[in-house]
Ligand binder design. Structure first.
Ligand code: 5GP
Ligand code: ZN
Length: 148
């Protein structure tokens, strides 16, 4: 699997730096954003290093998309937001700061103003508690029962 020694997300994949992991499969990893734009802000990343949408391979792209639906369903069950933004940035000019392909899942409450992502550190304990709820929802039978 291709990795980049200078990439923070590759270091997370390699467990060289910690994260609040909520889900993983052979080709994706999902964990809480340390600077959440809202409660429950989750990142879904390819385990292999691809800088952006322009160079990710098709299998990884599909795997991230499938994982994002799994996470979105679990976040809906765990936190019951009124909506969710799923976003992805390519290139510094577009707002990308970590050049390793990833999706943001940002739960939104009705009337809530969601600021820019990646700006303000969250409270580690609060993030851990939200991660626990998402993990519990993922483990709950039936959490993925919507039509495939
Ligand atoms: P981008 O702007 O590249 O789409 O977003 C990168 C995201 O990664 C930001 O929202 C930022 O808060 C998050 N992030 C950056 N470094 C780390 C880290 O070491 N751990 C975690 N959990 N999130 C990170
Ligand atoms: Zn990387």
């Amino acid at each position: 699997m291709q990795q980049n020694d200078n990439c923070i997300f590759c270091k997370i994949v390699q467990r060289r730096i910690p994260c609040d992991k909520v889900y993983e499969d052979d080709s994706t990893l999902s964990f809480m954003d340390i600077n959440p734009a809202s409660e429950g802000h989750t990142l879904v990343i390819a385990k292999a290093h691809f800088a952006s949408l322009l160079d990710i391979d098709e299998a990884s792209l599909v795997a991230v998309a499938v994982a994002s639906r799994r996470l979105a369903r679990a976040i809906q069950a765990a936190l019951q937001p009124d909506g969710m933004r799923v976003g992805q940035f390519n290139g510094a000019a577009a707002g990308q700061t970590v050049f390793h392909y990833h999706l943001h899942i940002i739960p939104v409450r009705a009337g809530q103003k969601v600021g820019s992502h990646g700006r303000t550190p969250g409270q580690p304990e609060a993030i851990r508690q939200v991660a626990d709820k998402i993990r519990a929802a993922l483990a709950s039978p039936g959490s993925q029962d919507a039509a495939r």
